[in-house]
Design a protein around this ligand. Structure first.
Ligand code: UTP
Length: 493
């Protein structure tokens, strides 16, 4: 099932109570509803109608459709509260209580956790949620990030790597794991074509739901006026990965998941090829602790690493952006030399379905964060401006802001070598590039082979498709140990 959000049936909407004065000016065929004109007036955004006269019917419909889909009271509210970044009360932060990678921190063992996770997987109670709606501006890849080739030997794309892992996990536990894949205006069409023209990457199309997240208008940093990307369009951008919540509901994914018997959602981002999607141990820790939301973390590599810091405030778990943790706190160490705030967010979460439903009943549960960005726009005369400095505020919600609202929220540490290889930056950057992610994937698999006594020559890259072996124990049953790899090798079934 592939769902898409349209801009709404505006021909039906515009037949109601047209705004008389405005419509005399723009002509009958282009009338706009009085309620829209009123909302724009009240929120001080009537300038958005200034190009209407000049638009052809198609462009006119597009613009009015966009304007109708914006929550104007919300925009008014966000603009009126200003764009100053509020300093965090650092004294409240404590390191999180966590299940460490070696299993310390809880009463049960890793193997107890694995058993609990396997039982839930076998019961078909788990679905995957992958978010792939971001614009990927730092990477500078001209297609959706999920289409980036990242397999170190195979050149499989990020989407294919996720699909293979999901299929292999389903095969191991005798179920088909539904995948809810979130896109945005920026990535939807290409993602849908990519999946449909590549045989759904081996997934069963009835287990795949591709759905689009919402958008938010960007506003001018100094005036709070919404920017126009063109005379026929607002400057819109995806509403952040926190938009997943509303988009899952709006597109019927929560009902769909429930009807399939799903209780737990395994959430990852598209840009981490090592993400341990549907890992039974992680799932088991989540289940045994009765957590409504569990987040996987890794030890930060250095104090000022640009990852969110997972902290505790009282009994609550929350994530503090790296820019909001004061430098002296970020650099604090414990007696053993470990960073006091050691837990870095890798955006791998487990979320209970009833908790999501409950969260959706509280409209403002997830706050909007403000990001200052360069957003090209057209000025009042219709001239396109490409700013060289941040000129706009974008509003985004973050999924991790759910954490403080979850009962028994849990933090579980993973070894980054097994779980984290983010693809964020363009080639040549020092961190988080595709090349570094390829190295990380190859090194992980090289480590498995070497622990089985197999030699991989220096500089040689290896890659293991999860459909060949999902983990080292499975690999042990499939390869003979007296081997040596002198050239790059891809293990696939
Ligand atoms: P990032 O915040 O790293 O953004 O998203 P990005 O789009 O990948 O890259 P930049 O910042 O523009 O360079 C982290 C994950 O969240 C998803 C992205 O697709 C990525 O998987 N995401 C982000 C969404 O799905 N929607 C959004 O609105 C934002």
């Amino acid at each position: 099932m592939i769902g898409a959000i349209g801009i709404g049936d505006i021909s039906r909407v515009i037949s109601h109570s047209p705004d008389k004065k405005l419509n005399e000016r723009i002509g009958f065929m282009k009338s706009i509803p009085a309620s829209l004109a009123q909302s724009l007036r009240v929120s001080g955004q009537s300038h958005l109608l200034s190009f209407l006269d000049s638009l052809n019917p198609v462009d006119y419909q597009r613009l009015v459709g966009q304007l109708m889909s914006v929550d104007w009271p919300l925009i008014r509210n966000l603009v009126s509260t200003g764009f100053t970044v509020v300093e965090e009360g650092e004294e409240d932060f404590e390191p999180p209580v966590a299940v460490r990678a070696n299993g310390e921190g809880v009463a049960w063992s890793i193997s107890d956790a694995e058993d609990a996770g396997v039982t839930a997987l076998r019961a078909g109670a788990v679905a995957a949620v992958v978010v792939a709606g971001g614009q990927g501006t730092r990477l500078g890849f001209e297609h959706p990030k999920g289409m980036l080739p990242i397999g170190p030997v195979s050149n499989r794309t990020l989407f294919q790597i996720i699909a293979d892992r999901l299929k292999a996990t389903g095969l191991r536990y005798g179920v088909k794991i539904p995948l809810y894949l979130m896109t945005s205006d920026a990535t939807h069409q290409e993602t849908v074509s990519y999946f449909s023209s590549n045989n759904y990457l081996g997934l069963d199309p009835s287990e795949l739901v591709i759905f689009k997240q919402g958008t938010m208008p960007a506003v001018d940093i100094s005036t709070g006026l919404c920017l126009m990307a063109a005379p026929n369009s607002l400057a819109l951008s995806p509403d952040g990965h926190g938009g997943t919540l509303a988009a899952l509901q709006k597109n019927g994914c929560l009902d769909d998941a429930e009807s399939r018997g799903v209780k737990h959602l395994a959430y990852i981002q598209v840009d981490n090829p090592l993400a341990q999607l549907c890992d039974p141990v992680f799932l088991g820790h989540h289940l045994l602790s009765g957590s409504e939301m569990t987040t996987q973390v890794v030890k930060k590599r250095y104090p000022l690493e640009k990852v969110g810091n997972v902290v505790r405030v009282g009994e609550k778990v929350r994530i503090v952006e790296y820019s909001d943790l004061p430098e002296h706190s970020a650099k604090q160490t414990n007696e053993d030399g470990e960073l006091r705030f050691w837990a870095g967010n890798i955006a791998v979460h487990l979320i209970e379905l009833p908790f999501l439903r409950r969260s959706l009943t509280q409209a403002d549960l997830l706050p909007f964060h403000r990001a200052f960005k360069q957003v090209p726009y057209v000025d009042r005369s219709g001239q396109r401006i490409n700013p060289s400095e941040p000129n706009a505020v974008k509003f985004e919600r973050f999924i991790f802001d759910l954490l403080p609202h979850a009962k028994n929220a849990l933090v579980v540490e993973a070894d980054p070598a097994f779980a984290f290889a983010p693809v964020k930056n363009a080639a040549g950057s020092e961190t988080d590039t595709a090349e570094l992610a390829k190295d990380a994937c190859s090194n992980l698999h090289k480590g498995w082979l070497e622990r089985l006594g197999i030699t991989v020559a220096e500089g040689v890259r290896v890659e293991i498709n999860p459909l060949f072996a999902l983990d080292m124990s499975e690999l042990a049953t499939k390869v003979s140990r007296d081997q040596e790899f002198l050239e790059d090798h891809y293990f696939c079934s």
